[in-house]
Design a protein around this ligand. Structure first.
Ligand code: FEO
Length: 388
C-alpha cells in the first residue's frame, strides 16, 4: 500500500475498490477508486479522503510518505461519504491537529451533520489559502455532484483536484490516462456523466466556464484515472454532454418481454432503424442494466421503449428504467412506445405517458399489438420508425 507520486512532493494516497459493482443504483462493472492526494509543503495537505472501509488503505499510503500526524490541512471538496467517509476517523485518530477546509455554507453544514464538530475552515468560491510554496484556490461547482461540491486548483502545479467532475468508476493499477486504455476511460467517463451528472447540464456548463480561465496540466479526479495527456478530450466531451448534444445517427431500443412478442417488435424496430443508417444500442431488460441504457440515451437522438402488459401495468424492469430516466430529464430526443398484450393492453400508453413526463418528444404513434405481431403489424412498425 504505497503512495504514487504524481508530481514532485505530490502523491496519490487513495484506495482502489476492485469489487464495487453498484453505486447507488448505477452498475459499476469495472469497480472504482476513491482518490485522495497528499501535498508535502510547509503545511502538509491532504485533498479529500476515501470511503470509510478503505481508511486503513489510505492511512498506509500516507504513512509510506509521512507520519499522518503531520497533516495540517485536509481539503474536503465534497461531503458525499465516498470522499469524506474517512474524515472523522482521520481527524480523531491520526491527523488530530488538522484543519478541515470545506465549502461555505453547504460543505460546512453537510460535514457537521455527518461528523459533528471538527476543526472546520469554511471557504467561499474564489478564496485561496497558502500552504507554503503552493496556493490552493477553491471554486464552487454546485451540483457536481451535490450542492456543497467544490474543486481545488493549485496554480503553481497547474493541477485541478476536481473531485467527482471528470471522474470515472474504474479500478486500475495505473493512475494516469496515458497508462490505461483511453477507450475504456472515456467509456466509463461517459457512463459516469450520464448516471451521475446528466441532470445537471446547466451547472456543468457553469463549472466549465468557471474553470476555463485556469491553466490546467493535470486533472486529479476523485474517482478513476487522472487526466494529463487527454485533458482537452475530457473537457470537450463535458462540453458536448452538458449541452445535451445528441447524435441523430444513434438510437436506443430497450424492452422487457413475456413470451417473445414485444421482443419481436424490438427486433423489427432495430432492423428498421438500421436500414435507415441509424446505429442501435439494444437492451433486453431481462439481462441488461438500466444504467447502461441511460448511458446510451445520453448521446442518442432516438429512443424506443417497450413493454407487454402485466396486471394492467408495464413490466417492473421497464417501470424502473422509466423512473430512473425521468430523473435525468433527457430533453431533445425523439421517442416511441411499443408493446404487446393478451388483453387489457394498458402498458404501452403507460410507457408513452412516462416518456412524455421524462421530457421526450413522442415522435410517432405508439406500436401496440395484440398477442403475436402479424406481418401487417411488422410493416406498421417500419412505417412508424420511418415517421420518426
Ligand atoms: Fe463521488 Fe458525489 O461522490
Amino acid at each position: 500500500m504505497k503512495a504514487v507520486q504524481i508530481k514532485p512532493n505530490i502523491y496519490w494516497v487513495g484506495a482502489i475498490d476492485w469489487s464495487m459493482r453498484t453505486f447507488h443504483g448505477y452498475s459499476t462493472g469495472r469497480g472504482s477508486s476513491y482518490n485522495a492526494y497528499l501535498i508535502i509543503d510547509d503545511k502538509v495537505t491532504l485533498i479529500d479522503t476515501v470511503k470509510a472501509p478503505f481508511y486503513e488503505e489510505m492511512l498506509a499510503r500516507i504513512s509510506s510518505v509521512i507520519d499522518p500526524a503531520k497533516i495540517d490541512v485536509i481539503v474536503s471538496n465534497h461531503v458525499e461519504p465516498d470522499h469524506s467517509g474517512s474524515l472523522a476517523l482521520l481527524c480523531h485518530h491520526a491527523a488530530t491537529h488538522a484543519t478541515v477546509v470545506t465549502s461555505n455554507p453547504q460543505g460546512l453544514k453537510g460535514l457537521t451533520a455527518r461528523y459533528g464538530n471538527l476543526n472546520y475552515q469554511p471557504v467561499k468560491s474564489g478564496e485561496e489559502i497558502s500552504i507554503g510554496k503552493r496556493t490552493l484556490k477553491f471554486v464552487a461547482t454546485p451540483m457536481l455532484h451535490w450542492p456543497d461540491s467544490m474543486v481545488t486548483y493549485c496554480p503553481e502545479e497547474k493541477i485541478l483536484f476536481s473531485n467527482d467532475a471528470f471522474g470515472q468508476h474504474l479500478a486500475a493499477n495505473k493512475r494516469f490516462d496515458d497508462e490505461n486504455d483511453l477507450h475504456v476511460i472515456m467509456e466509463e467517463a461517459r457512463k459516469y456523466y450520464a448516471n451521475i451528472l446528466m441532470l445537471y447540464g446547466k451547472q456543468a456548463q457553469g463549472a466549465l466556464k468557471a474553470l476555463s480561465s485556469l491553466d490546467i496540466e493535470m486533472i486529479a479526479v476523485g474517482h478513476g484515472i487522472i487526466w494529463r495527456k487527454h485533458i482537452l478530450d475530457i473537457l470537450a466531451a463535458y462540453e458536448k454532454w452538458s449541452e445535451g448534444e445528441v447524435d441523430d445517427t444513434k438510437a436506443v431500443v430497450a424492452f422487457d418481454t413475456m413470451w417473445g412478442s414485444t421482443e419481436k417488435l424490438a427486433r423489427e424496430i432495430t432492423d428498421a432503424f438500421t436500414e435507415r443508417g441509424i446505429k442501435v444500442s439494444y437492451f433486453d431488460l431481462r439481462c441488461d442494466h438500466i444504467s447502461d441504457v441511460v448511458t446510451a440515451v445520453l448521446t442518442s437522438k432516438y429512443v424506443a421503449i417497450g413493454s407487454p402488459t402485466i396486471n394492467n401495468q408495464m413490466m417492473p424492469p421497464v417501470a424502473a428504467l422509466l423512473c430512473y430516466l425521468k430523473g435525468f430529464k433527457p430533453t431533445g430526443r425523439k421517442a416511441i412506445a411499443f408493446g404487446s398484450y393478451g388483453w387489457g393492453g394498458q402498458s404501452v400508453k403507460l410507457v408513452e405517458d412516462e416518456l412524455k413526463a421524462a421530457g421526450f418528444e413522442i415522435a410517432a404513434d405508439m406500436i401496440r399489438v395484440a398477442n403475436v405481431p402479424t406481418q401487417a403489424d411488422l410493416d406498421d412498425v417500419r412505417e412508424k420508425i420511418k415517421a420518426m
